[in-house]
Design a protein around this ligand. Sequence first.
Ligand code: CA
Length: 231
Amino acid sequence: MSEMGKKHVLVVEDEEDILELVGYNLAKEGYQVTKAASGEEALRLAQARVPNLIVLDLMLPGMDGLEVCRRLKRESRTQHIPVVILTAKGEEPDIVAGLELGADDYVTKPFSPRVLLARIGAVLRRPEQADTGPEKILTFENLAIHPGRREVRVDGELVDLTYTEFGVLHLLARRPGWVFTRYQIVDAIRGEHYAVTERAVDVQIVGLRKKLGEAGARIKTVRGVGYKFQE
Ligand code: CA
């Protein structure tokens, strides 16, 4: 592949070993790699030449990764760039904060290069923004979701969901594999019918799983972070 056709990834990491390891593996996979050892440098580089994706460590000296993410998402030139954050295990609040700032995915350290490459590949393959129109019927084996009618069927049988339960399911199922934080779920369905709190999201999920039976197993809990729908 020519340099021109290569996807360009900006890697932001202050730990040299990790920066080298990630850079090496990305290059081996055919990506063009730019490296930054600080948040300030990353913002400069991203502005100068917009990459296809940014791998962003959160623990950086000076400006931290969350601030970098915030600034990237504030600028029209950089706000569309997908961001995969790197964070240490056990730092779920940072993951939640990153996702709410608009990061697309995350990988916890220590990680294997293979896992990181897989995540990067998946994010780059994702269609931009809403993957499907809001009215599109979604089917996953025996589960069918009809947004127009706000109906859900499992094995052809109508499942009696509340308005909010339907909203949560539809939100998750429209973007399979994406992790949504509780706040993002609340934010997306708030005002549709009545106020939903972050804690109430858990209750909605319990109700949904129960009503969907086996198909409910597609709704995965991401510990300390939120929920996702498995395709
Ligand atoms: Ca670091």
